[in-house]
Design a protein around this ligand. Structure first.
Ligand code: Z5A
Length: 224
């Protein structure tokens, strides 16, 4: 988690979503810099994790030896999210910070719901219990073919380190995750915007900068 100084006014809540290796962390860094140029302090955080207790739960969730079934994962993700929202996200937004979160409730819909085959109604009930009114102002879904995203993630991890519990899932699982995100974007077009992540890093950053400048009336950087 990292944070810059508060700039006053109401904070905005922006979440980054998508399959493995889409470049969420990379793009969050670009957006935080752009927001800073516009005088908006931001808090960068992630799920699972973000709060001290959430990070402890993250250790359990990503442990490849834990062998958790999708229902156990669902409950742990929601417990971690509740703590994250209460301890970190709400106070930051109330203090005027913009919160940039690497994954949030849509990850649960896509991974445990669409890919893990848990009933969508149950996923949404637990989502509401976990987040209440703390719904993102904007969700950026970085869309990438799973083969490409997994190859990026493998390169970053290196050949000698073990995949986490989700990276180790088969390609069919990652395809269902992508389909899940496509369905979320189609169902909530005001909140969710799909961005093509299968392009060069700078091109993805430009697309996100333009999107946020338009959505939140921010100044575009001068052309270099
Ligand atoms: N999960 C879940 O099941 N349910 C939930 O409710 C939640 C999560 C919240 C968390 O893993 C796992 O938990 C996640 C879903 C599940 N697992 N999966 N799959 P994590 O936090 O360890 O990892 P992640 O969220 O999946 O992040 P990531 O995909 O590993 O990375 P990323 O943030 O999207 O990408 P990145 O780190 O910015 O970039 C990855 C690499 O690609 C890196 O080497 C970059 O330099 C490179 N990169 C970035 N952009 C580009 C472009 N444009 N071109 C080429 N290369 C690039």
């Amino acid at each position: 988690m990292s944070s810059t100084t508060a700039g006053g006014g109401r904070g905005r809540f922006i979440t980054f979503e998508g399959g493995e290796g889409g470049g969420k962390s990379t793009q969050i860094r670009h957006l935080a810099a752009f927001l800073m140029q516009n005088g908006h302090a931001s808090l960068t955080t992630r799920e699972p994790g973000g709060s001290p207790t959430g990070e402890k739960i993250r250790g359990l969730l990503l442990d490849p030896d834990a062998n958790l079934d999708a229902m156990t994962q669902l409950m742990l993700f929601c417990a971690a999210r509740r703590d994250h929202v209460v301890q970190l996200i709400r106070p930051a937004l109330a203090g005027g910070q913009w919160v940039l979160c690497d994954r949030f409730a849509d990850s649960t819909r896509a991974y445990q719901g669409a890919a893990g085959h848990i009933d969508a109604g149950l996923v949404r009930t637990l989502e509401r219990a976990a987040i209440g009114e703390t719904v993102p102002d904007l969700t950026i879904i970085l869309d990438i073919p799973p083969e490409t995203g997994l190859a990026r993630a493998n390169r970053r991890r290196g050949e000698n380190s073990a995949a986490d519990a989700f990276e180790a899932s088969d390609l069919a699982f990652h395809r269902r995750v992508r389909d899940g995100y496509l369905a979320i974007a189609a169902a909530e077009p005001d909140r969710c915007v799909m961005v093509d992540a299968n392009q060069e890093e700078g091109a993805v950053a430009d697309a996100i900068t333009k999107l946020c400048a338009h959505r939140f009336s921010l100044r575009m950087p001068p052309r270099s």
